[in-house]
Design a protein around this ligand. Structure first.
Ligand code: GLU
Length: 294
């Protein structure tokens, strides 16, 4: 049976892009008699707000979407992410990163949220250069004991050799460049990703992989902009011995200038459109044909 999910973060109101993502996941489950889940991705407790969470459910119901209860809220499950982290640590796959250079500090700060921007290999943005990977155990111990803040990164090369085989996943959507069918995973696309921080035993990648496995998700539908994330998540699944869902990466809904909508675009929030008298049918016309994974 197909199990899909829509996994928004309550950091703003849902917009047209979310409507498309939610309907894609919902329809994929509905047309095969499968299950559809909503998961609230609220590990970034500083940025998430209860009013945005309430609005998510109101908007989804208005779109005609029905979901299973109880809904999983990540902020109630930190112990699960901590357990997962411990497994990786026991395998010697994590190392503390103390870097404070601005781009690296920004990357660490963003580790709670899904990496929706262009992947570093596409934007030629900087990948973490691995500065702290080779620090001696003694240096690590002393810096932690001195109270320095740090992030825990996955040693991707070591993790890949521990996984020990070529990993792949099934792409059932169009993918960003028309990649349908079996994909060989390239877990190093995002570098040594941050999986936790000194003050927080979770990150986006860790929580998503843990939850997709715990919830028995069999088909992950999400935007093309998370294609690189799938490659590292596939490696995490292998390390945890978790089943791999199929993936259907779908097109993104863009504004008139060809940019992705963001939570700052108040004019295209479902709440605003609804308030302005826009009907559900009109929303469907605005987002266009739903992608149906084969
Ligand atoms: N919470 C993530 C987001 O806001 C979910 C992405 C995913 O489906 O993995 O985009």
């Amino acid at each position: 049976m197909i199990v899909t999910r829509f996994a928004p973060s309550p950091t703003g109101f849902l917009h047209l892009g979310h409507a498309f993502a939610a309907l894609t996941a919902f329809e994929a489950a509905r047309k095969t008699g499968g299950r559809f889940l909503v998961r609230i991705e609220d590990i970034d407790t500083g940025r998430c707000r209860p009013e945005f969470e309430d609005a998510i459910f109101e908007d989804l119901a208005w779109l005609g979407i029905a979901w299973e209860e109880p809904v999983r809220r990540q902020s109630r499950h930190f112990a699960d992410y901590e357990n997962a982290l411990r497994k990786l640590d026991a395998g010697g796959l994590l190392y503390p990163c103390f870097c404070t250079r601005k781009d690296i500090a920004d990357e660490i700060a963003r580790s709670f949220a899904a990496p929706h921007g262009p992947a570093p290999h596409e934007s030629e943005g900087p990948l973490y250069p691995g500065t702290c990977r080779t620090l001696s155990p003694e240096t690590r111990r002393l810096r932690i004991a001195a109270g320095e803040s740090f992030a825990l990164r996955l040693d991707v090369a070591k993790a890949q050799s521990q996984a020990g085989r070529e990993l792949s996943f099934k792409e059932k959507g169009a993918g960003p460049h028309g990649e349908a069918g079996t994909q060989i995973a390239k877990p190093s696309l995002l570098g040594d990703v941050v999986l936790a921080r000194k003050d927080m035993p979770a990150s986006y990648h860790l929580a998503v992989v843990t939850d997709d496995a715990l919830q028995g998700v069999t088909l992950v539908t999400r935007g093309n902009d998370l294609f690189a994330a799938t490659h590292i998540q596939r490696l995490l699944q292998a390390l945890f011995g978790a089943a791999t869902p199929a993936y259907a990466h779908h097109r993104l809904i863009l504004d008139a200038e060809g940019r992705k909508f963001s939570k700052r675009d108040a004019g295209v929030t479902l709440r605003h459109l609804r308030g302005a008298g826009v009907t559900r049918e009109a929303i469907s016309a605005m987002i266009g044909q739903i992608d149906h994974p084969d």
